[in-house]
Design a protein around this ligand. Structure first.
Ligand SMILES: [Fe+2]
Ligand SMILES: [Fe+2]
Length: 149
């Protein structure tokens, strides 16, 4: 049973690595927003990278035999929780697009405060989302396997 848990958890390592990578980008943007010497263009580039990497991560999670498929296969009772997390992906991408639009088009000196406020909320929700995914994975694999022992 322990071997089974270990071999399955290896399957989730790429998602943990992607979570770490996304967290690094989130922190980088926070630093850039805090530093008023960083020009708008550089922040736009960073937001574009975050949007691209987040989209790629969400596709990996939602695709056939991806993160959520494996969780639901293992623990069908978690289907509703998985669907709720999947639905959040589109909202995150929409929020990112809104912030990118503000950075790109808002009047000088106003955009930074507007985006910083929205960004703080976004980061908090995004981290909660990733934490909920980690907990779901543990609930699917470790609780079920423990119950089988
Ligand atoms: Fe996700
Ligand atoms: Fe994720």
């Amino acid at each position: 049973m322990t071997f089974s848990a270990t071999s399955k958890s290896v399957k989730f390592d790429p998602f943990a690595e992607e979570h770490d990578h996304l967290r690094d980008i989130l922190e980088q943007i926070q630093l850039q927003l805090d530093d008023r010497s960083i020009p708008r263009h550089d922040i736009l580039v960073a937001f574009s990278e975050l949007h691209r990497e987040a989209l790629e991560h969400f596709v990996h999670e939602e695709q056939f035999d991806g993160f959520f498929d494996n969780i639901i296969d293992q623990a069908p009772r978690l289907h509703t929780s998985a669907k709720r997390l999947i639905a959040e992906h589109m909202r995150f991408l929409g929020d990112l697009q809104t912030m990118q639009d503000i950075v790109a088009r808002s009047p000088a000196n106003r955009w930074r405060e507007w985006v910083a406020t929205q960004y703080a909320t976004f980061v908090q929700r995004f981290c909660q989302h990733e934490q909920a995914e980690t907990e779901l994975m543990h609930e699917a694999f470790y609780q079920d396997i423990g119950a089988e022992d």
